[in-house]
Design a protein around this ligand. Structure first.
Ligand code: SF4
Length: 496
């Protein structure tokens, strides 16, 4: 078969984010400062969704030809696969209709999170909707193709290592870059695990509900080597929603990366309470450049209301300070637009972001994703059901005391006031542009010896050899008194 993977980059969509619902980018609200912020958002060409690279590998393994089509209709293929995001759902529906008009005999599969959560959105198109993790097509393609027009539930994959490595060749991967995490490119996406054991009730990562599943670190590092050999990737963004849920697995991964002859950069997304200093130190030494964490809001009551376990304020500030001292960038997500938000509470989020001081503060607007418990909880307060606005930068929900227009103004203020400060530039210039760091601009102050600093911008301890890292990782893999796993977090009562 000739298989076409249809995709779009319109509306600045990044489909891999928000659990596959996709996100947009900071909008141009007219002010010069907005345009500058937007420039930094848009300068990268982000990798296509990891799901597409997996599907390319799967279809090729099954003996089919694969073509990637970005915002264009390829005539004459046998099978078209769509992976819609929420914000481009109408565009994807339009493209499906166009494909079927031009080629009525073709088969169309719709896959991904939106397909899984909202199969009814495609009911009138006569396509096959695949619910669950679409990589199961490796084993179930014939079964799915035998059911035109149906919705087929495939469930989730138990053994992630049974999947072939992603195949990036159809997507011009040498152009992929994520500049807020790295300074070496191209950038690949990769996963060490899927799922999350926590239960924040607004979280779209829980929609496929597969629980936390780990890959074998040996397989992850084989995939990194494969990616380097075939496409020259130099940086890797781990797309696990909760990296480091299993501490031993992380140390084993670090050992294996340390043994690689190629030096890579990588970034992770995790919770602050999973990243003890000794874990940070080991990961930094083998190439960790950036960590994404969700801080959300300093208001613990609000977090508990939506089933998110808060983390103590001083712990968050200390974590960011330690990362800075080690030369690790931090990308912290803050949330505004909770139903109970007021002018004051949103201003306190901005003030807290300035106090904590991550390299990048991403002020997201809380978005009620269909399928989440939160969506049902706030349905009456949703003012805008046009899903093309569900990009995490546009308010769609009324707050008790604020109109959505006022939330939008406050959202823009958060961005403008966070980034356009001398202190911000002074503290971050060397992380935003490492060449400035070499000139001594924006260097972090040397960190106190107790804080485990060893980054290039702190105590010049120098890189350790692979063997030394190996020894240290082995020592740390034995659960010590400071170990913390995701299991500990789920077993805590919220707020502990
Ligand atoms: S910690 Fe919460 S927001 Fe993050 S992936 Fe888990 S459930 Fe989602």
């Amino acid at each position: 078969m000739h298989v076409v993977l249809w995709d779009t980059r319109k509306r600045d969509v990044s489909k891999d984010f928000a659990g596959g619902m996709g996100i947009g980018q900071y909008p141009d609200r007219g002010a010069v400062r907005d345009k500058i912020i937007r420039y930094f958002f848009r300068r990268d060409r982000r990798p296509v969704a990891l799901l597409f690279a997996h599907l390319a590998a799967i279809f090729r393994r099954l003996g089919h030809g694969v073509e990637y089509a970005e915002d264009r209709i390829v005539p004459g293929a046998d099978l078209y696969v769509f992976n819609p995001s929420l914000i481009t759902l109408d565009l994807e529906r339009g493209a499906i209709a166009e494909v079927l008009r031009a080629n009525p005999a073709a088969r169309v599969l719709v896959v991904g999170t939106v397909a899984s959560v909202m199969p009814e959105a495609f009911a009138d198109l006569g396509v096959t909707v695949v619910k669950g993790e679409a990589e199961q097509l490796l084993w179930k393609l014939d079964e799915v193709l035998a059911r035109p027009g149906a919705t087929v539930q495939l469930g989730v994959i138990e053994d992630l290592d049974a999947l072939p490595f992603p195949d990036w060749s159809p997507f011009a991967p040498r152009r992929f870059r994520i500049g807020y995490d790295f300074w070496k490119f191209p950038t690949a996406l990769i996963q060490q695990s899927r799922g999350c054991t926590l239960k924040c009730n607004y979280c779209p990562y829980l929609l496929l509900d597969g629980g936390n599943r780990l890959r074998n670190p040996e397989a992850v590092v084989d995939e990194i080597r494969h990616d380097i050999r075939h496409w020259g990737f130099r940086s890797f963004k781990f797309r696990d929603p909760l990296f480091g849920a299993d501490r031993k697995n992380v140390f084993r991964l670090a050992e294996l990366i340390a043994r690689m002859p190629e030096k890579i950069q990588f970034s992770i997304e995790t919770r602050i309470d999973l990243m003890r200093p000794e874990v940070l130190r080991v990961l930094k030494r083998v190439g960790l450049t950036s960590i994404t964490v969700g801080i959300e809001t300093p208001d613990d009551e609000t977090l508990r209301r939506y089933h998110r376990a808060p983390i103590k304020e001083d712990r968050q500030a200390e974590f960011i300070r330690l990362c800075r001292a080690m030369g690790i960038r931090t990308v912290a997500g803050f949330l505004i637009g909770f139903p109970e938000d007021t002018e004051r509470s949103i201003r306190s989020v901005l003030a807290y972001a300035k106090t904590v001081g991550p390299t990048f503060a991403n002020f997201n607007v809380l978005t009620p994703y269909p399928g989440t418990e939160f969506f049902e909880q706030v349905k009456d307060q949703i003012a805008d059901f046009d899903f093309s606005h569900y990009d995490v930068y546009t308010p769609v929900m009324k707050c008790r005391d604020l109109s959505i227009e006022r939330v939008a103004e406050l959202h823009a203020k958060c961005f403008r006031h966070y980034y356009f400060r001398w202190r911000y530039l002074r503290d971050n210039a060397h992380l935003l542009q490492p060449a400035l760091g070499r000139l001594g601009i924006g260097r972090a102050k040397p960190v106190a010896p107790t804080a485990d600093a060893d980054g290039p911008h702190a105590t010049p301890a120098g890189p350790k050899s692979g063997l030394e890292i190996l020894d240290e990782s082995r020592r740390l893999r034995a659960d010590g008194p400071h170990s913390r796993s995701a299991k500990d977090l789920t077993e805590r009562k919220p707020g502990e």
